[in-house]
Ligand binder design. Structure first.
Ligand code: TRP
Length: 334
């Protein structure tokens, strides 16, 4: 609890360009949470280097992501938006938690298996202990809730296990976090293969709509989106392509799937795809405009980065000091 509010923690990686999936599925939902929770949103750059990165590119993307959080409408005075690498307590707590996590637990992580298959030439120890760093992120702030996608649920379960294990030995040190399942948990799928999640690292550029795509590109991608063969706009399992487009349209306009079906009754896929494209262009426009403005205001963004790193550092240190004492590290002499 911070000032009578429950604490919420989440993070995103600055690898790849953010898609409308990240926006409609995550960021947009975050906007509604800052009244109810004390929110920490981190750009998790320590996680990013588990895969080889170009340094200049990583720096640029991390800053763009942080700017985007603000452009999307998160008030940086109310939400602590910061770089993970600016708060060294993340790495320090991760080390300690490494000593309370079993190899067997990490071996079971499906994301580790997937990523090692994908990066067979660089299966480093950081990739293996990635979930422990994630646990450190969450536990440092004594987070009560963590909004995560289904793909991160296993990591959150591990976080809970490690927290409980630690608490069982040392007393109540960590808050055991709960997953936060959003009301409109829009899971946006690839436009080219609706069986796959829309991904910021898809090789096919037509599969994903990026947050910074211009209107023409967005319209073109929706026109090319794969559809089905029933030739009607109906929300059902037999039409995964259309269902995905309905989800995107719903998340963009706030209309329910049934309303969307009614709106397009008797109309073909072509008309519908155009409408979805236009709806997405409309939702993204203000975010893109605000991003362009913010990007120019270097001094403002810098001040946010500094202030929030200090704020995050304050809370993180509090937990870290407690943990260091519990495990038996000597008190610093001041
Ligand atoms: N692993 C998460 C992802 O790739 C990002 C992340 C890092 C995270 N630390 C976190 C998410 C803590 C929630 C809480 O999506």
């Amino acid at each position: 609890m911070i000032d009578d509010k429950k604490v919420l923690f989440s993070g995103m990686q600055a690898t790849g360009t953010l898609t409308i999936g990240n926006y409609l599925g995550a960021l947009k939902n975050w906007l509604t949470l800052s009244e109810e929770y004390e929110c920490f949103y981190s750009v998790v750059d320590l996680h990013s280097i588990t895969v080889r990165q170009d340094p200049a590119e990583l720096r640029k993307r991390a800053r763009a992501l942080l700017t985007l959080y603000i452009a999307a409408g998160l008030d940086p005075k109310k939400n602590c938006i910061y770089y993970q690498s600016h708060v060294s307590a993340h790495a320090e707590l991760a080390w300690i938690l490494n000593c309370f996590t079993y190899m067997g637990e990490l071996n079971r992580m499906t994301q580790f298996k997937d990523k090692s298959a994908k990066h067979a030439d660089n299966i480093n120890a950081g990739l293996f202990t990635y979930p422990v760093l994630m646990a450190a992120d969450i536990l440092l702030y004594q987070a009560d809730v963590v909004p995560v996608g289904i793909d991160q649920m296993q990591h959150l379960e591990l976080t809970r296990d490690v927290a409980q294990r630690f608490n069982a030995i040392y007393g109540d040190v960590f808050t055991v976090p709960e997953p936060y399942i959003g009301k409109v948990g829009a899971k946006i799928m690839s436009l080219q293969d609706p069986a796959k999640k829309m991904s910021k690292s898809d090789e096919n550029p037509n599969a994903s709509v990026y947050l910074m795509d211009d209107p023409d590109t967005i319209m073109r991608k929706f026109k090319r989106a794969v559809t089905d063969s029933e030739a009607c706009v109906r929300y059902c399992d037999e039409q995964p392509g259309i269902r995905n487009l309905i989800d995107i349209y719903s998340a963009s306009t706030g209309k329910k799937p049934e309303e969307v079906e009614r709106e397009f009754e008797g109309k073909g896929y072509g008309d519908f795809k155009l409408a979805v494209g236009e709806a997405v262009v409309d939702v993204l426009r203000p975010v893109q405009e605000r991003f362009a403005e913010l990007e120019k205001d270097k001094a403002y963004i810098d001040s946010i980065i500094k202030e929030n790193a200090e704020k995050a550092g304050y809370y993180a240190q509090k937990t870290l000091r407690k943990v260091q004492k519990k495990v038996g590290f000597p008190e610093k002499i001041r």
